[in-house]
Design a protein around this ligand. Structure first.
Ligand code: FES
Length: 646
């Protein structure tokens, strides 16, 4: 007999609860708030969600199959035989029909990503959409009984030249009471010189807005004083939608696989997350949510659609048209956002199916369209977005960098979380490795092995590792690992070789952390996609050299420019001109919040940038194949002269 509900106990967290029989262990974990690594979003393809399942001892009997779904072919492929015998399953595949104890091993435990989205110091001309106007109104008399709203309009026209104003419906409801309570001295909060959002007691000096960057993996919010332009508080969090899929495509498929409900769940997740994030940030700054009178939002096209509750299906199928290109202004209350209920949310425009409002944010922050220099901007997120050009013309494109740079599909890949190896140096003579993990200030050779507790290699770490392996001669130009080297770090494995980065005693996993031939291959695919994308765009624009390379995005900021170029992530450029600009998409949201003219600029630029679809370019396959080599099969890298051996 199959039970309707089963009890599940997760260890070592000790979380327990009852779930519907037939659910997967991953779904149960999400329900009970147990973080399990699920880089492919439960698609049974990344192999990162391994757990050990013990069926309840009382129920162990002859019908084990009935109480746990049987092994799928994907599990057979992703779980080694020894692990299978020890009771390991993939949490996203194993369905439970009986009580169980689930042990989540260290490497499968979802860990908090380190979120690197600090606000940069940037000069922004102040001209916010919301402005405050203090007015003193003559109270009505028998001789002059004009209505409250018209009375207010008259004063705002006479004192500030504001004409044809409308008023938010809820603000109108409160108006009579507020005017009298304030003894006819109040501040009107006006949006775009068009609509009164609120009337507040007396003279209001400070009022605020929030700029939000919704990334596929991380979300950042900056609360700014709209009078001074200063950032008064910042906050960041993991995008709560991560539980439903790590990348854009897996989230789109989640909405497709769960019609109606899926989109609702994803939208609720981000709205609730944002409400909490902004509340905390506002609290930290000592302001109330009613003082937050506007929000600007950037995000890639899928995040944009899901945030607005727009079905993202069309983004998942060629020719990937978005629902709308233009920027949108929506009442916060219509989205369930708990800032001032009359506040507007301004969502920046999008360029194309895969080049979203986040890229427009980067554009208005970096303004390549005002400059003479030929600049390549690379926003390396879960997807790679590229913009090339100058004031004469701009091209944009996006390429699938694959999950390697996010730490997925690598044997020891992980997100940028404590314990992730992010900096690496390999001595070309001895082939000895030193590295640094997130959360530790010291390099591995400066501490005793047991305190390092390395857990894996993050995206910026894998770029360093492979670049260093190439520089030291461990990896050849073709991407092959040189099997003739004499070092205990090199081992022959079934498919090629592996090179040990961290010895077992230095790790929290109890096993060596290695980089294998297939890991190098995954990095080649990612860097090949970025490089060939840039090259095709250069050909398209008729340019053969770059004046500047701008690395944007939380991940881009942590990539070491020299190692990125050694690897051939982008074409040759003077290393002094390769710069990291941090979260430029978030800066763009801030700029649009503080200067409404920039919104028009964003709308204009989003339409002017020419989007090119790389995969339809006739030489795409050849360019891609050539770009797979380190740093490139043919292209010269004069700026690596002296850094790389001939
Ligand atoms: S294999 Fe289970 S989440 Fe990827």
């Amino acid at each position: 007999m199959i039970k309707e509900k089963v009890s599940i106990l997760f260890q070592p967290s000790g979380r327990r609860g009852e779930i519907e029989s037939g659910k997967t262990v991953l779904a149960a974990a999400q329900e009970l708030g147990v973080p399990i690594e699920s880089l492919c979003g439960g698609k049974v393809s990344c192999g990162k969600c391994k757990v050990r399942i013990d069926l309840s001892p009382l129920e162990k009997g002859d019908w084990v199959e009935l109480r746990l779904s049987s092994f799928s072919a994907e599990e057979e492929r992703l779980i080694e035989e020894g692990e299978r015998k020890a009771g390991f399953r993939l949490a996203c595949a194993a369905q439970l029909y009986s009580d169980a104890l689930v042990f989540v091993p260290e490497e499968s435990r979802g860990v908090q990503q380190v979120i690197r989205k600090e606000a940069r110091e940037i000069a922004i001309e102040l001209n916010p959409a919301v402005k405050a106007f203090y007015a003193e109104l003559p109270p009505p008399t028998l001789h002059e009984p004009t209505a409250d709203f018209e009375r207010l309009l008259r004063v705002l026209d006479q004192s500030f030249g504001l004409r044809n104003l409308t008023i938010d419906f809820q603000a109108l409801r409160l108006l009579p009471h507020q005017l009298r309570e304030a003894d006819w001295k109040a501040t009107a909060m006006v949006w775009m010189d068009r609509e009164i959002l609120d009337l507040q007691h007396g003279k209001v000096e400070d009022y605020y807005g929030a700029a939000v960057d919704i990334g596929t993996t991380t979300v950042a919010a900056y609360i700014c004083n709209l009078r001074t332009g200063r950032v008064v508080s910042t906050g960041s969090m993991m995008n709560p939608q991560v539980a439903y899929g790590e990348d854009v495509m897996s989230r789109i498929s989640y909405t497709m696989g769960n019609p109606g409900e899926g989109l609702k769940r994803l939208q609720e997740a981000i709205i609730q997350g944002l409400n909490g994030l902004i509340q905390n940030a506002a609290q930290a700054a000592g302001i109330s949510l009613r003082q937050v009178l506007e929000m600007t939002v950037v995000g890639n096209t899928a995040m944009h659609h899901i945030f607005l509750g727009i079905d993202p299906h069309s983004l998942g199928v060629s020719p990937f048209p978005p629902a709308a290109h233009h920027s949108q202004n929506i009442k916060a209350r219509d989205l369930g956002l708990k800032i001032h209920p009359a506040a507007y949310v301004h969502v920046l425009p999008i360029e194309a199916g895969f080049v979203g409002a986040d890229n427009v944010g980067v554009l208005i922050s970096e303004t390549p369209y005002h400059k003479e220099e030929m600049a390549l901007t690379i926003d390396i997120g879960t997807n790679g977005e590229l913009v090339l050009g100058n004031r004469k013309k701009l091209l944009s494109s996006s390429c699938a960098t694959g999950p390697a740079l996010e730490g997925a599909h690598l044997r020891f890949g992980m997100r940028a979380a404590p314990g992730a190896i992010e900096r690496v140096r390999i001595d070309p003579e001895t082939l000895e490795v030193r590295y640094r993990v997130i959360g530790q200030d010291r390099w591995s050779d400066e501490c005793i092995p047991e305190v390092i507790q390395a857990r894996g290699i993050c995206g910026s770490g894998i770029i360093e590792v492979v670049a260093e392996m190439f520089r030291a001669g461990v990896v050849e130009k073709s991407g092959r690992i040189n099997g003739n080297l004499s070092t205990p770090r090199l081992r022959k494995i079934e498919k090629g070789y592996e090179f040990v980065i961290a010895w077992a005693r230095e790790t929290a996993l109890g096993q060596d952390i290695t980089v294998s031939t297939s890991d190098v291959r995954a990095v080649q695919l990612a860097k090949g996609a970025l490089y060939s994308g840039a090259k095709i765009m250069m050909k398209q624009l008729g340019v053969n050299r770059l004046d500047k390379v701008v690395l944007a995005g939380g991940f881009g900021s942590y990539v070491d420019p020299e190692r990125a170029m050694i690897l051939g992530l982008f074409p040759d450029c003077d290393l002094k001109e390769v710069i990291s600009v941090g979260n430029a998409a978030g800066d763009g949201a801030r700029i649009a919040l503080l200067n409404r003219n920039k919104r028009e600029e964003a709308d204009r630029v989003a339409r002017e940038v020419e989007y090119i679809e790389l995969t339809v370019y006739p030489d795409f396959t050849m360019e891609f194949a050539e770009a797979m080599a380190f740093p490139h099969m043919k292209d010269p890298f004069p700026h690596l002269e002296g850094i790389l051996k001939k």
